[in-house]
Design a protein around this ligand. Structure first.
Ligand SMILES: Cc1cc2nc3c(=O)[nH]c(=O)nc-3n(C[C@H](O)[C@H](O)[C@H](O)COP(=O)(O)OP(=O)(O)OC[C@H]3O[C@@H](n4cnc5c(N)ncnc54)[C@H](O)[C@@H]3O)c2cc1C
Length: 499
């Protein structure tokens, strides 16, 4: 019998899950609130410029390959990837930057140039990071977070210490040079918490960075969304955009239907890839698993202030990805995690995809600027403008060029937009952080504990924030649904045989 499955949202996790569920022969419909698919990975186009609104770093290509191979496909059937060389550069002061190239040998050279002898601990650190990566990919991240026992394998047992120590402690023990330490602490920022709160095991992100490298899909990350959407539609998934789900109808602890802005749809299973907290507000209070107090005590990944800027000239002294770590990292982190406030002197990230790709008109540059912020901050036009001024001034000074008079247009995106566009809790940009107590089975559950046929996927559940984890989350949710359907069928068959 065909099972009808309604999916909320069309981010990476929902699209991935829809592919697996359609492949199993179910009737799958995605309901997306916004006019276009992609969730946080949507696209913005203006005057011949193309910008990714959300993710810009394509890491862990093996996860994408594994996904497509589950359908007898490969990423190259849908989009073209380029390995970036250099991967990125990091500014620490005027004319003072370290460039991270595209191989571990070249990165070792950069470390040696900065501090003689530092390539020796670096190689050891990356070897360990690779061990963690192999264990994470083989033994951990593809587990549904149902039970703590999932984490216990002969390999993971040897890594218990890596859950007690933190990235910061490990890095600072080996690297006294603050600049090198900051570069090694950067990758775990993708997991949404401070390096001092992120277990050492997550050094596997350093292997993703230095060992596997940074890639760019031609045309931008949105090409990946287009690819997975095309696959979903080939498999028979129906996608309805501009149709928000307004409530989830439950009777006898079982979902009966979803109510959208356009009508009522009866369904057998609901899977939500919309933000977890928001999805629970679509249920009667008695069917919610987590209280407001629960959510308010979680460590959320930062929100962000973003600018998408069209420049009327090519910019100098910057790479496709450029980080600006020229101010005090700890102070900015305090303003995100400890005493939420707009940071006095923000670190920021800038991306110029038109350095390597034709996403801007000839002779012009597309720039994306991102300042991480605490979720839930006041967000006004004046604050946005003052931070634009702040980072443009720093940018001009550090890279020694005039850019303010070359801005053709700019669009901003901040806390209020995350709330309005994605129903994001406090306007978080990328979900809930991967701290020790928010890892694996300690994260919000894929399977509702209160409503039988209701499931969750996405960056708030397992394995966590980021594009690759969101894809994995889609697979985990669909696997769990399949497992439950098989178990229900067995029970039904047994009942029949007793009659
Ligand atoms: C600015 C930014 C930069 C990032 N950079 C990177 C990066 O470089 N690399 C990386 O790997 N990751 C990055 N991330 C993280 C990554 O983008 C996310 O982890 C991932 O895209 C989340 O996918 P998702 O499927 O969990 O959720 P989402 O993409 O948020 O999808 C949820 C969807 O649900 C929809 N929805 C909400 N409510 C409803 C409703 N009631 N009815 C119907 N639909 C609803 C939303 O509109 C949305 O489309 C970044 C994120 C942001 C915001």
């Amino acid at each position: 019998m065909k099972i009808s499955i309604s999916i909320l949202g069309s981010g990476f996790s929902s699209l991935a899950a829809s592919c697996y569920l359609a492949k199993m022969g179910h009737q799958v419909t995605i309901f997306e609130k916004n006019e276009t698919v992609g969730g946080r990975a949507r696209q913005f186009k203006k005057d011949g410029f193309t910008f990714d609104i959300g993710p810009t770093w394509y890491w862990m290509p093996d996860v994408f390959e594994r996904f497509f191979s589950d359908f007898g496909k490969s990423p190259s059937d849908y989009y073209q990837l380029e390995k970036l060389a250099p991967a990125y550069s990091v500014y620490f002061g005027k004319h003072d930057k370290i460039t991270i190239e595209d191989s571990i040998e070249k990165i070792c050279e950069a470390f040696e140039n900065e501090e003689s002898g530092s390539s020796v601990p670096l190689k050891k650190f990356i070897d360990k990071a690779k061990e963690n990566y192999d264990i994470a990919i083989k033994d951990l991240v593809y587990k549904p977070g149902v039970s703590p026992l999932e984490l216990i394998t002969p390999k993971t047992i040897t890594k218990l210490g890596a859950f007690v120590s933190t990235i910061k402690r490990d890095v600072r023990r080996e690297f006294k040079n603050n600049r090198l330490a900051q570069i090694l602490e950067f990758p775990v920022l993708f997991l949404g918490a401070k390096p001092s709160k992120t277990p050492s095991f997550y050094s596997f992100m350093n292997y993703a960075d230095f060992g596997l490298g940074t890639f760019h899909p031609k045309g931008g990350m949105y090409e990946v969304i287009k690819g997975i959407r095309a696959l979903a539609e080939e498999l028979g998934v129906t996608i309805k955009t501009a149709e928000p789900v307004e409530s989830i109808e439950v009777n006898d602890k079982t979902v009966q239907a979803i109510i959208t802005s356009k009508g009522r749809y009866a369904c057998d299973i609901v899977l939500s890839g919309a933000d977890y907290h928001h999805t629970e507000t679509l249920l009667d209070t008695k069917h919610r698993q987590y209280s407001e107090a629960y959510w308010s005590k979680r460590t959320f990944a930062p929100s962000s202030l973003l600018f998408y800027v069209g420049f009327d000239k090519k910019l100098d002294h910057v790479e496709h990805h450029t980080l600006f770590f020229d101010v005090n990292f700890d102070k900015h982190a305090e303003a995100i995690y400890d005493s939420p406030a707009w940071p006095e002197e923000p670190l920021f990230y800038a991306s110029f995809p038109s350095k390597t790709d034709r996403v801007a008109p000839e002779g012009k540059e597309a720039g994306i600027f991102l300042i991480p912020l605490a979720p839930g901050l006041e967000d006004t036009a004046e604050l946005r403008e003052s931070y634009f001024e702040k980072i443009m001034n720093r940018f001009e000074d550090l890279t020694d060029q005039d850019i303010k008079s070359h801005v053709m247009f700019k669009e901003s995106y901040c806390v209020n937009d995350f709330v309005n566009d994605y129903n994001s809790y406090k306007g978080n940009a990328y979900g809930m952080a991967n701290t020790l107590f928010q890892t694996a089975f300690l994260r919000p559950k894929i399977r509702s504990k209160k409503v039988k046929n209701l499931y969750f996927t996405g960056q708030l559940t397992v394995p966590g924030p980021g594009v690759p984890p969101s894809w994995i989350s889609g697979k985990l949710a669909s696997d769990l649904i399949m497992k439950d359907l098989i178990a229900q069928k067995k029970v039904a068959d047994q009942q029949l045989s007793y009659q």
